[in-house]
Write a protein that binds this ligand. Structure first.
Ligand SMILES: [Fe+2]
Ligand SMILES: [Fe+2]
Ligand SMILES: [Fe+2]
Length: 422
């Protein structure tokens, strides 16, 4: 039986921030650290429960607009070059989802310096104090050296931050930080491997629960964060989701199951956030190592979503799309008997979308060639033969749904790129 998912907003946001921090060992736990520090400063200041919750959400998502690995690494420098672009893109991505609207505003200005009070405003807009808290939290986080014991670093970090009081940071917030920084637990929490569970306790503050509709909207936002990292992948999950839903409907799935399938389609490549954009976009032949990095993406999708038991079905349908009926897929080498109908549908939808979609370096396959390739994969016991037949019998209808979905996703992506280039 499929249970209606009821997921805490914070739990699923944590999945996204974890996925974003897989990109390099240098940014390990960065989003959760910033969430923890920002929350601690907010709590110490006596902000309201809602404001504290928004600080946690904003901290956990603040760099979601930073698309390439270089950009992410650059933000680890104490003074960054052009930090406003990723902050604006993060704002654009997040603001459309109501429960994240307030956090999105904080993200938008999280690199605005205090500049002796001029930082109350940026480009004519008011900068919330929460953004200044986020800025301070982010810079404290990047000053921590992961190779060294954390308590020994406290004094040096305190003096770097205090040198910038009034310039980069709001003096009142620096005072609050100074008082937090005298407590050992603060540093030990920040450096802890289990910072996740520490945050878990704090995030009980305001429990926003998402129902199916909320989850659907949020998964659509995740889809954009995953796919918009590269023009090579920009519309992929939109195509996979719509094809998988069409197949599920034809296979007799209920309306509710079809909605779960759509969410699974949006999330199926979540683990691609761990793949550097330089690999996603490489024009020349990939090395053996690079292929291994790409192939790890479904492993990460699975391991990240596994933390939320209400998403078990979505996870199984989304994460096993590179498994093959004869056990030759990856990374778990599940065989046909281990793969549910939903997982088999997603595998077919993924191959179908991948071969029919246009990519910047090649056109999608023709109708006849697509049928040929899919039938061949079914004969080889890679894909489920019944699902492939179902698709081939309805190929024109499904292909037109796919094209329409990817076309509207191209429009979204265009707007996103225009904003990025402003
Ligand atoms: Fe940032
Ligand atoms: Fe950051
Ligand atoms: Fe994939």
């Amino acid at each position: 039986m499929i249970i209606e998912p009821q997921v805490r907003l914070f739990d699923i946001i944590k999945c996204l921030s974890r996925a974003m921090d897989l990109i390099s060992p240098e940014v390990v736990n960065h989003h959760e650290r910033v969430a923890y520090i920002a929350f601690s400063i907010g709590a110490e200041l006596g902000l309201s429960v809602d404001e504290q919750s928004d600080l946690i959400l904003a901290g956990a998502l603040h760099d979601s607009g930073a698309l390439s690995i270089e950009e992410r690494i650059d933000f680890l420098e104490f003074e960054t070059k052009n930090p406003y672009r990723h902050a604006e893109l993060g704002y654009m991505l997040l603001k459309g989802f109501d429960p994240l609207a307030a956090a999105a505003r904080l993200v938008r200005y999280h690199h605005v310096p205090w500049n002796n009070g001029k930082g109350v405003e940026f480009r004519g807009n008011e900068v919330p104090t929460g953004s200044h808290i986020l800025h301070l939290a982010d810079r404290v986080a990047v000053l921590i050296n992961n190779q060294q014991e954390v308590l020994g670093q406290g004094n040096a970090i305190i003096s770097r931050i205090n040198e910038q009081s009034g310039r980069m940071f709001m003096p009142q917030l620096v005072e609050v930080f100074n008082s937090l920084a005298t407590r050992e637990y603060f540093w030990l929490d920040v450096a802890s491997h289990s910072i996740s569970s520490v945050l878990q306790g704090m995030a009980k503050l305001k429990t926003v629960k998402l129902d199916m509709q909320g989850l659907l909207c949020l998964s659509d936002l995740f889809r954009q964060i995953i796919d918009f990292r590269s023009r090579f992948t920009a519309t992929h999950s939109a195509g996979v989701a719509v094809s998988a839903v069409a197949l599920a409907g034809l296979a007799g799935f209920s309306e509710r199951e079809c909605r779960l399938m759509r969410i699974a389609g949006h999330l199926h490549d979540l683990g691609k956030l761990a793949v550097p954009v330089e690999i996603l976009e490489k024009q020349t032949r990939l090395t053996v190592e690079e292929i291994k990095v790409i192939k790890s993406h479904t492993f990460y999708t699975f391991r990240i979503l596994e933390h939320i038991s209400a998403l078990d079905t979505i996870n199984a349908w989304g994460s096993f799309h590179h498994e093959r009926i004869d056990g030759s897929g990856y990374p778990f080498h599940h065989k046909g008997s281990d793969l549910s109908l939903g997982s088999r549908i997603m595998a077919v939808a993924d191959v179908f979308t991948a071969i029919t979609e246009d990519r910047p370096y090649r056109k999608g396959m023709s109708r006849d060639r697509t049928i040929e390739v899919l039938r061949h994969m079914a004969d080889d016991r890679a894909l489920d033969a019944d699902i492939v037949s179902l698709l081939c019998r309805n190929i024109d209808e499904i292909n037109s749904l796919r094209k329409t979905a990817q076309k509207s996703s191209v429009e979204e992506y265009r707007r996103f790129v225009m904003q990025a280039n402003q």
